[in-house]
Write a protein that binds this ligand. Structure first.
Ligand SMILES: Cc1cc2nc3c(=O)[nH]c(=O)nc-3n(C[C@H](O)[C@H](O)[C@H](O)COP(=O)(O)OP(=O)(O)OC[C@H]3O[C@@H](n4cnc5c(N)ncnc54)[C@H](O)[C@@H]3O)c2cc1C
Length: 410
């Protein structure tokens, strides 16, 4: 089968370039994979739709597993020189009691904490590192719209940007284009969806020196506010039942501010900083994964392959672990010009189980904690499993390190 688009593009192509690996999406998964391939001298092109990496509320967490990977690349010390804060525990706190959801300080790692670093800084750091290798090319403002498919094999992509349509021909195309992945749609991948019963509103408020440190979930009857310490400010996630956003908007910003203060009275003195809905970002929570992560010439990784719920903030480390496993699986075959579909299948084989386990864990937390709080006006009691010493370290391990350790092969 020959795709008609490949032979007869509906638009004029300004130029055609070739590379070994074309990565679509300069998020954590795509940027990390590009770096890992470039440092092995493999021609790699990273296409990012936006003109810069500046993005708000997209997750600023670097987990211990990612720091271990950075250390293997010899980059951890330099990364930690960037301005950041450290979160050693995630706690749940009500007016009456508190419980530790995850304590990273017990983990066997040199980095027993979550590093809070703006994602823009992390992505700039990774791509600047990749720029040191001549086989790396980054194209910003490249919005990929089409796959080139010939005889059922993906042979590259077409993107819009920089004065017209451009074509990239590649031995392998990697879709790392996030939760609304265009490549997932163009490639005809089928997803298994689980729609958790919640949405999240993100905003920021100033943090004061006397405030508590770290990360915590503050709980009052029917309300949850997750607070992440970003040094001078709190990043706040206000959790609402699925579909509740329109009702909240209709009630007005003053109502939102009142319920935030009802959950965390200490914020009363600074809630006035929130004065417009434009300061509030809405995230429709999703959780899904594709049944098959690859087809000839095309592989999906990161959120493109598995959209993560924000519970535990694990999307970035699972995306980066995907990138490492992918580089380990494809670098040698790409160099030896004998990349096979089995090499792509290997990535799914190694990454699907950890993804299923973490998504199962997120569903458990959502059902046992989030849904119970949002749908009940009873005082919340932390679930028993958080108090059992034998189970206590499991959340920190799953969130901080992932299910299996992932290492960079040199
Ligand atoms: C509001 C919010 C808060 C979150 N908080 C956290 C958190 O605290 N911790 C955490 O670990 N995770 C968090 N996540 C999840 C996390 O952001 C993702 O799991 C993670 O970024 C996935 O990385 P990725 O590289 O697969 O995709 P993304 O980070 O989504 O990157 C995809 C990239 O592809 C680009 N792109 C998309 N389409 C195209 C196209 N057609 N052509 C070219 N480029 C394209 C996008 O511009 C983007 O840069 C949050 C997500 C959201 C939405």
């Amino acid at each position: 089968m020959t795709n008609s688009i490949a032979e007869n593009p509906a638009h004029e192509i300004v130029d055609v370039k070739t590379t070994d690996c074309c990565i679509v999406g300069g998020g954590p998964a795509g940027a990390m994979l590009a770096l890992l391939l470039a440092r092995q001298g493999i021609p790699v092109m990273l296409l990012e739709a936006h003109k810069d990496f500046d993005r708000d509320f997209r997750g600023d967490t670097i987990h211990p597993s990612v720091m271990e990977i950075m250390a293997e690349l010899g980059l951890s010390d330099r990364l930690l020189q960037l301005h950041h804060t450290k979160i050693r525990q995630l706690r749940l706190q009500t007016a009456e009691n508190s419980a530790t959801l995850a304590d990273f300080s017990h983990l066997k790692t040199n980095y027993p904490y979550i590093t809070m670093l703006p994602q823009v800084k992390f992505l700039e750091f990774i791509t600047q590192e990749a720029q040191k290798y001549p086989s790396f090319q980054l194209v910003m403002g490249a919005n990929v719209q089409e796959l080139i498919i010939e005889d059922g094999v993906v042979e590259g992509v077409r993107y819009r940007g920089g004065g017209g349509w451009h074509e990239i021909r590649s031995k392998l195309t990697v879709g790392a284009d996030g939760r609304h992945s265009k490549l997932r749609q163009l490639g005809g991948f089928e997803s298994v969806e689980t729609s958790p019963p919640m949405d999240v509103l993100w905003f920021r408020l100033p943090r004061q020196p006397e405030d508590a440190e770290g990360g915590m979930g503050r709980i009052a009857k029917g309300h949850i506010l997750v607070m992440l310490d970003r040094s001078e400010e709190w990043q706040l996630a206000y959790v609402i039942p699925k579909g509740g956003y329109q009702q909240l908007r209709a009630a007005g910003l003053e109502e939102l501010k009142k319920s935030v203060v009802a959950v965390v009275p200490e914020l009363d003195d600074r809630i006035f900083n929130l004065h417009d809905w434009s300061q509030v970002a809405f995230l429709s929570v999703e959780s899904s994964r594709v049944k098959r992560w690859y087809r000839p010439g095309l592989l999906l990784i990161g959120d493109a392959a598995h959209v993560m719920s924000p519970v535990g903030g694990v999307g970035i480390n699972y995306a980066i672990q995907d990138a490492v496993v992918t580089a380990n699986a494809i670098a040698k075959p790409l160099k030896n010009q004998n990349l096979q579909i089995q090499d792509l299948a290997k990535v799914q084989r190694q990454r699907e189980l950890p993804t299923r386990i973490i998504q199962g864990f997120q569903t458990l937390i959502q059902k046992q904690i989030f849904t119970r709080i949002l749908t009940s006006d009873q005082t919340f009691q932390p679930p028993a499993f958080l108090r059992l010493p034998i189970l206590r370290d499991i959340p920190a391990r799953l969130i901080g390190l992932g299910v299996f350790p992932v290492h960079v092969q040199s």
